[in-house]
Write a protein that binds this ligand. Structure first.
Ligand SMILES: [Zn+2]
Length: 307
């Protein structure tokens, strides 16, 4: 492997790199084939090794972006996922056009991802325990929350309420979908309201934040979890770091808006590596269940993913 290692200087860990909105912006193009180049450590790594680790770099623990299908596969028991409300589509309430028509943009995103909108919701079991699982697709218009995403979050929560199953939402989103204007902003209130109904009914909601989670999603349901988890190094915030720097005309601290920074400042409960996410959720579901059964080795809140 040594002959493949590129010895070129790069910014130190947590340096200026942390002040970009997402790794995705300056991401190295990943060539198809046997080898892939890690977006963080820039080393060439064997694709199969990365995939075996759930798309995590074996050299530096960088968590590569994964698709909705891969996420569902990793978290739910084999063959247990049953999607619902899959055919809801946006009606373009504002007749919005920017460089292209919103309806055309939607069609292109649907074709690219095979999804009707930026979230998929379904019932599944996780280590034998039933749950409602919703997963965002960043590939669908940046995982933005319009009326369909809001509706699906509400329906997922209502299904959780009805069946008294924990709700798990895995987010990756740039925020509200500007093409739907006020209709997308309304989803912040709707989704927050339905989560409060879950709280009143004592049905647990676990929010799993992945890289990146921003804007109206962070500012609503994603930060209302009974336990808020994040994958290592995820960028999480409301506005992006560059916007904040330009506004306050100050340099932001190292690691600002990274999951580890937010954990140490009390915004998150846990940073959990992808390989341990299913097991952690299963333990949390056990702890929050009212059956009083013995739960396997209890997770410690505030635990940091190792790097
Ligand atoms: Zn790496």
């Amino acid at each position: 492997m040594g002959w493949l290692t590129r010895s070129r200087s790069r910014e130190p860990e947590g340096g200026t790199e942390d002040n970009k909105p997402a790794d995705s912006e300056k991401k190295v193009r990943v060539p198809e084939g046997l080898w892939i180049k890690c977006s963080l450590c820039r080393q060439i790594v064997y694709r199969k090794e990365v995939e075996k680790a759930g798309k995590v770099c074996p050299k530096c623990n960088y968590h590569f972006p994964i698709t909705v299908e891969e996420r569902i596969f990793q978290l739910s028991d084999p063959g247990s996922y049953s999607e619902f409300a899959q055919n809801i589509e946006s009606v373009d309430p504002l007749g919005f056009t920017d460089s292209i028509k919103y309806t055309d943009r939607l069609k292109a995103a649907q074709k690219k991802t095979g999804l009707s909108d930026a979230i998929r919701i379904g019932e599944c079991s996780i280590s034998g325990k039933p749950a409602v699982l919703g997963v965002f697709s960043f590939g669908f218009m940046g995982g933005s929350m319009g009326s369909v995403v809001g509706e699906k979050v509400v329906r997922a929560a209502e299904r959780s309420l009805e069946k008294r199953m924990p709700l798990i939402l895995v987010t990756s989103s740039g925020g509200a979908r500007m093409q739907e204007g006020i209709f997308s902003l309304m989803q912040m209130a709707r989704t927050s309201a339905v989560i409060s109904r879950l709280h009143h009914a004592a049905v647990p909601f676990f929010s799993v934040l992945t890289d990146p989670t921003f804007g109206g999603v962070t500012a609503s349901f994603a930060m209302l979890g009974d336990v808020i988890l994040a994958e290592p190094r995820s960028l999480i915030g409301f506005a992006g770091p560059r916007v904040i720097e330009q506004t306050i005309k100050q340099q932001l601290p190292e690691g600002f808006q990274r999951a580890e920074f937010l954990l140490s400042h009390g915004f998150l409960d846990m940073v959990v590596e992808r390989g341990r996410l299913k097991e952690t959720l299963s333990q949390l579901m056990c702890i929050f269940s009212s059956s009083g059964q013995q739960c396997p080795s209890v997770v410690s809140i505030g635990e940091e993913g190792g790097e």
